[in-house]
Ligand binder design. Sequence first.
Ligand SMILES: [Zn+2]
Length: 107
Amino acid sequence: MTLSEELAESYPRPRLLAIDPWTCGCTECGEGTYKPLREAAPEEIATMLTGDLRNHTGITFTMTATIAAAIPYGGTLRTATTEHEVIISCEYRSWTVSPHLLGIPIR
Ligand SMILES: [Zn+2]
């Protein structure tokens, strides 16, 4: 580890406040209080879409939720094993996000 890497680790990163446009390189993105969309993690996308991070992206997002149920012979939907997938998409890419992070109640 270089000295500059050690120094960078010794200072706490500022709290993330907003997600900025895809290719943003503003001062706040450099400091870490904002983050360009291209670097956002799935958890950060979920936090932005639930309103706990500001959305500076200027674009439209689409959420697609899929529920798959495995119903073995002799079973019913009530006893089926289900799996859930939530995909958040925009014009640049998509993220697979846990439904729980979006506040979607799934048993
Ligand atoms: Zn920025």
